[in-house]
Design a protein around this ligand. Structure first.
Ligand code: HEC
Length: 238
């Protein structure tokens, strides 16, 4: 059967790709695309070496490819397919080259210290408000009024969130308030983005400074509501 080696090789390659891409992540972490690329390159290399062991198998492997590309004696659908490949392949390579070299309109990543040290007067403060269901509810109410336009339903996806870089913090994410003590969160809410120290530059945070609008007591209640709503616990030293 002519072309059999080519077909088997293609099926094997696609099979290995699907295994790496779809089946393996069911058991372990998904593989990075660069690793999948290396495995596939090795697979193809192996298949080509196997197919070119003898003159006969080389012809069986490359024959269909060269007959397809040269267009010998082709009619109808085959002819159209060849034309499509010959037109689309250069376009694909061109597009790939363009998109990998064209300058992007995404802002460059910034090295911002996300959790700089707080000023001394905030270190070690503890929440003076008793953690009762009423106070937590009151805090969530204040959060809905003042914070949800940006921080959304504690997930950082409020209606206004998309306009800001850095984006509003997602409190459900283990990288934000779950890592912080209540005193730290208190400082961040009170002084906002403008209150960040030098390490927090380039000071493009849209986080407002709340110390004028909100009383300390309200901020402490919001903090309780925030942790409860995001299903997180403040960090403590115990
Ligand atoms: C105008 C949009 C906006 C509003 C309104 C807003 N925030 Fe923010 N907030 C941000 C942005 C942007 C950040 C991320 C940058 C930063 O850390 O300053 C942030 C960060 C924070 C952080 C720091 C989290 C961390 O991991 O360091 C806390 C805490 C916080 N906000 C609480 C609040 C609370 C509570 C309110 C309501 C009283 C509120 N925010 C209202 C935009 C907003």
């Amino acid at each position: 059967m002519k072309g059999g080696v080519l077909l088997k090789g293609a099926i094997l390659t696609v099979g290995i790709y699907l295994f790496l891409k779809l089946a393996l992540p069911l058991f372990t972490a998904p593989l990075p695309a660069s690793l999948i690329f290396i495995y596939l390159a090795l697979t193809v290399t192996g298949i080509v070496i196997f197919a070119t062991l003898s003159g006969q198998s080389t012809e069986a492997f490359f024959g269909p490819i060269s007959r397809f590309l040269s267009g010998e004696g082709q009619t109808g659908a085959m002819k159209t397919a060849r034309l499509l490949v010959l037109v689309l392949f250069p376009l694909l390579v061109g597009w790939q080259t363009y998109s990998s070299t064209a300058p992007s309109d995404q802002p460059p990543a910034e090295n911002r210290t996300i959790h700089p040290a707080p000023p001394g007067e905030f270190v070690g403060l503890s929440n003076p408000i008793p953690n009762t269901p009423e106070n937590v509810m009151a805090g969530k109410g204040l959060f809905a009024a003042f914070c949800s336009p940006c921080h959304g339903n504690f997930d950082g996806k409020g209606p206004a969130a998309r306009g800001f870089s850095p984006p509003p913090a997602n409190f459900v994410d283990p990288g934000t308030i779950a890592q912080l003590q209540e005193s730290y969160v208190f400082w961040r809410i009170k002084n906002g983005g403008v209150g960040l120290p030098i390490e927090g530059m380039p000071w493009k945070s849209a986080m407002p400074r709340w110390e004028v609008e909100l009383k300390d007591e309200q901020i402490w209640k919001i903090i309780m509501g925030e942790y409860d709503g995001a299903h997180q616990k403040p960090r403590t030293w115990e």
